[in-house]
Each structure stands twice: as structure tokens, then as C-alpha cells.
Design a protein around this ligand. Structure first.
Ligand code: ADP
Length: 490
């Protein structure tokens, strides 16, 4: 039952109650004369009550319809519209409409504020995502392995180098506990220790060895605490950054350099002492016959040449590396040049009982190159082959021409000690020497590096090596032909 109907019913009931009271009064007073008047008054009261009730019910019905109209206007209000614009108040609903308008405006205002806040938050989210991607791109550009953990020792960022080192997929390690991604307990402990120390100024650095790709690697490890970004949190530790810098190569180079210094000084000292000794004997008149003197002179000359070669190797490499080398290109008949080198090396090979063979080339061709440099490269390869081949072995120089590619390939093959597979990639590096060979022959680790510089840096060719331990090696280089016209040797 609606409120209006309840009101009408209350009025009708009160009229009836009035009539009943009047009737009771008439009966009690016993005034029959007044009974007629009472009945009239009661009838009148009843009619008035009924009329008031009906009138009120009708008015309430209209009021309810008006309220429905108001609700309909409310429901169809356009964005930003007020009731005052579309709704004409009737039956005194102005106040109600105004109150609704005030509330609607307040709600709209709040809604507007919320929309603004949401947009602001969306912009912030996009901004922080862009910043995160930017930071990730910077991390990925770093060649050192980097892992960032949060206050719970869970990974929040890592880069490609770390993924390769610890063999995980970068996209799947987010929120992993550090020990799940980093299998090395010592590293995990370092990260946890810094986290537990909770000191943002703490930084620890140490050298750490790990096996990567089946080889031992040395890393310089840095573990640093990072502070919270929000200033109000103060200097609380937000996480830890773990950085691993591979120093294997640097250590090897440092070791090679110190080996080089001791080798070079030895290489310089040996011929110098020999020259000094023979000169002293000559001065002291110990070589009294012509033949002995000639022999001494030859030894002095040989040792001087050796000294000169060593110094030239060092100087040539540094000149090529610094780009100040003077290259004198000319047309060079490579087979002739190779033959010259064989003739020069023949005495050395014979002294070590090694057969030195020029398998040559039946073809005549030329390269456009610096003759002295190419000669030096061939001498270095032949010298090494003789040096690292035991007595009774064989060294063969061969050449082949690829007319189609316009290239000539020069190779020196020996039946010597060979090179371990893991050393092959480093043979042409400066100062590199195979450990097992150090006892076998003196050297500086510069000869092959010079060959590589001469062939690749200066002449745009390519060096290569293949070797089997205990069976021998083939060192080769290829160079572009001066022109593709290749003729038969006369
Ligand atoms: P080195 O003065 O030590 O000979 P190189 O640069 O000429 O320096 O050679 C580098 C290293 O390569 C050598 O120390 C040796 O270990 C290895 N090597 C070079 N040539 C040969 C070869 N023909 N057979 C085996 N090992 C070789």
C-alpha cells in the first residue's frame, strides 16, 4: 500500500471513529430528540471524511504520477544536464528537484575527479612501464651479467648476459627467488648477506671462478645494496644488484704480458750474450785461424739477424696496430716468393733433420701486395712448422688458386706436435702460446699475430688453422689475386 493510500485510509477511519463516538454519545445521553441531529452530523462527518479521503487519495495518486515523471526525467538526464533544464516541477516538487540536482552535481563532480585520477594513474602506469623498458634496454646493452633482486631476495630485473651465463629465459625469472636462477651457492650467499646487512652503502667485490661452456672462467663480482626510491622510506634497503664481469681474458692477457716480458728479455739476452761471447773471443785472439774467425763471424751475423727479426716483429705489429705502417704494394709472383722463403729456411730445417718441401704451384699468378710483408708471413709459418716438428718430420708448402673466387691459398703443413683443440681459437692472438709448447721451444707469441695482421689487416685476406694433436698442423692464408689471369709456369 502506498503512503498516499495509507493517509486516505487513516482519514476515512478517523471519520468513521468520529461517527461512532457521536452515536455512542447519543445513546448514553438518551436524548431521542438529539438522535436525529446526531445522525445528521454523523452523516455529514462521514461524507466529509469520505470526500476528504477520496480527494486526498486522488491528490496522492497525482503526486505519485508526478514523482514517476520526475524519476523518468532523472533516468533520461543527458550527460552534464540538470533536472532544472528538462523538468518542469509541479505539485510542489521544486524543492525535491533542486535537492536532487545538488546531489547529482556533487556526484558528477566526484565522478569527474575520479576519472581524472584514473587517467593520471594510467599515465603513471604507462610512464613507469616505459621507464622499466628503458632500464631493461640499458641493462641488456651491458655486456656484464646483471641481476637485481628486491627486499625478499626475488629477482626483479636481469639482463641478457645474465640469462646466457646462468642459462635461464629472461622473461620467466621475474619474481624467482635468487637461488632458483643462480645455481652458484657462493653468489647466492653474497646477495643474501648484503640483503641481511641492510646497509645501502655496502658494496662487496671479489674474484669468483665458475665453469662456463666447459671452461673455467674468472669473474669480478660486485654486489651492491640499493636504497628505496621514496625519500620518506629513508635509507632502507630496497634490494641488491649483482654484477659479474668476465675477467678471464684480462687475466690471460696479463699473464701473457708477463710471459712476454720474460720471453722477450730471454730472446733478446740469448743472442746478445752469444754475440758478446764471440766478440770477446775474437778480441782476445782466441780465433787464430781464418776458418774459426769465419765461423765466429757467421754465428755473430746469425744471432744479429735473430735479434733484428724479433725487434722487427714487435715494431711491425705495433705499427700495423696503430695504423702508421707504410705499405708498398706491387705485383708479386707468389710462387717465386715462396721459393725464396723455402731456400732461406732450408738450412734451419736440415739442422733439425726436417724435410722441407716446396710443392709449389704449376701456375703463374700474381698478387698485388707488399712483398716484404708477405715474405715475412711465409717465413713465420715455415719457422713455426720447423720449430714445432720433431726431428724426422716433414714440412710442406703448398699453393692453390681459386680462379672463380679470384683467391690464392698458401698453406704450410707439418707432421709436428699439433695444437690442442681448445687453444686453436687463440693462436693468432698477441702473446698467445700453447702451454705444452713452452718447454719445447722458445718464442714470444708474436709470429702468428704478425701473420694475421699482415694478411687480414693490411691485405684484406684470411688466415686459418687446422690441427690434430700428435699428427701435425696446417696453417694457411688466402689473398686476392692481382687479376684473374692465371697462366702456366714457364
Ligand atoms: P711463438 O714465438 O711462440 O712461436 P707464434 O705466434 O708464432 O709464437 O705462435 C704462437 C703459438 O702457436 C706457439 O707458441 C705455438 O704454441 C703454436 N704454434 C704455432 N705454430 C705451430 C705449429 N706449426 N705447430 C704447433 N703449434 C704451433
Amino acid at each position: 500500500m502506498s503512503a498516499a493510500n495509507r493517509l486516505s485510509m487513516a482519514l476515512a477511519l478517523s471519520s468513521m471513529a468520529l461517527v461512532a463516538l457521536l452515536l455512542l454519545y447519543a445513546q448514553r445521553s438518551g436524548l431521542s430528540a438529539a438522535r436525529g441531529t446526531v445522525f445528521e452530523v454523523a452523516g455529514l462527518a462521514l461524507s466529509v471524511g469520505a470526500m476528504v479521503g477520496i480527494g486526498h487519495a486522488l491528490w496522492m495518486g497525482r503526486y505519485v504520477t508526478e514523482l514517476r515523471r520526475l524519476i523518468h526525467h532523472l533516468e533520461t538526464l543527458g550527460p552534464g544536464q540538470n533536472l532544472a533544464v528538462t523538468y518542469q516541477p509541479r505539485l510542489g516538487t521544486e524543492e525535491l528537484a533542486e535537492a536532487i540536482d545538488v546531489h547529482v552535481s556533487a556526484i558528477r563532480h566526484q565522478n569527474q575527479q575520479l576519472i581524472c585520477q584514473r587517467r593520471e594513474l594510467e599515465v603513471r602506469v604507462r610512464l613507469s612501464e616505459t621507464e622499466r623498458q628503458h632500464a631493461q634496454a640499458i641493462l641488456n646493452a651491458i655486456s656484464d651479467a646483471v641481476i637485481v633482486t628486491d627486499a625478499f631476495n626475488e629477482i626483479i630485473m636481469s639482463n641478457g648476459a645474465a640469462a646466457r651465463l646462468f642459462q635461464f629465459r629472461p622473461e620467466e625469472v621475474a619474481r624467482w627467488p635468487i637461488e632458483r636462477a643462480v645455481g652458484d651457492p657462493a653468489l647466492v650467499k653474497m646477495v643474501r648477506d648484503i640483503r641481511e646487512a641492510a646497509d645501502v652503502s655496502l658494496r662487496r667485490t671479489c674474484e669468483h671462478c665458475m665453469t662456463c661452456d666447459g671452461r673455467p672462467h674468472t669473474f669480478s663480482v660486485t654486489v651492491t645494496g640499493i636504497a628505496q626510491l621514496q625519500p620518506q622510506v629513508g635509507s632502507e634497503l630496497a634490494g641488491v644488484v649483482l654484477i659479474l664481469h668476465d675477467i678471464t681474458r684480462e687475466k690471460e692477457i696479463a699473464e701473457m704480458k708477463s710471459d712476454f716480458v720474460s720471453n722477450v728479455s730471454h730472446e733478446l739476452k740469448t743472442p746478445l750474450s752469444s754475440i758478446k761471447a764471440y766478440l770477446e773471443m775474437l778480441i782476445d785472439g782466441e780465433a787464430d785461424d781464418e776458418q774459426t774467425r769465419d765461423e765466429f763471424y757467421n754465428i755473430i751475423q746469425g744471432e744479429t739477424n735473430r735479434l733484428q727479426r724479433l725487434i722487427e716483429n714487435i715494431l711491425n705489429i705495433s705499427r700495423i696496430e696503430s695504423g702508421v705502417v707504410r705499405v708498398q704494394r706491387e705485383h708479386v709472383a707468389l710462387p717465386m716468393l715462396a721459393k725464396e722463403a723455402i731456400d732461406v729456411m732450408q738450412p734451419q730445417a736440415r739442422a733439425r733433420q726436417i724435410e722441407l718441401v716446396d710443392s709449389g704451384s704449376p701456375l703463374f699468378f700474381q698478387i698485388f701486395a707488399d712483398k716484404d710483408m708477405i715474405y715475412q708471413a711465409i717465413l713465420n709459418l715455415l719457422g713455426n712448422a720447423i720449430k714445432y716438428t720433431p726431428a724426422g718430420g716433414k714440412v710442406t708448402l703448398a699453393m692453390s688458386v681459386d680462379e672463380h673466387e679470384g683467391m690464392v691459398n698458401v698453406s704450410v703443413t707439418d707432421t709436428g706436435v699439433g695444437v690442442p683443440k681448445e687453444d686453436l681459437p687463440y693462436l693468432f692472438d698477441k702473446f698467445y702460446r700453447v702451454n705444452d709448447h713452452k718447454k719445447m721451444a722458445k718464442g714470444t707469441g708474436l709470429g702468428l699475430n704478425l701473420v694475421k695482421h699482415i694478411v687480414e689487416t693490411v691485405h684484406g685476406g684470411r688466415v686459418s688453422v687446422s690441427s690434430t694433436i700428435g699428427k701435425g698442423s696446417t696453417f694457411a692464408f688466402s689473398l686476392p689475386l692481382a687479376d684473374r689471369a692465371v697462366g702456366a709456369m714457364r
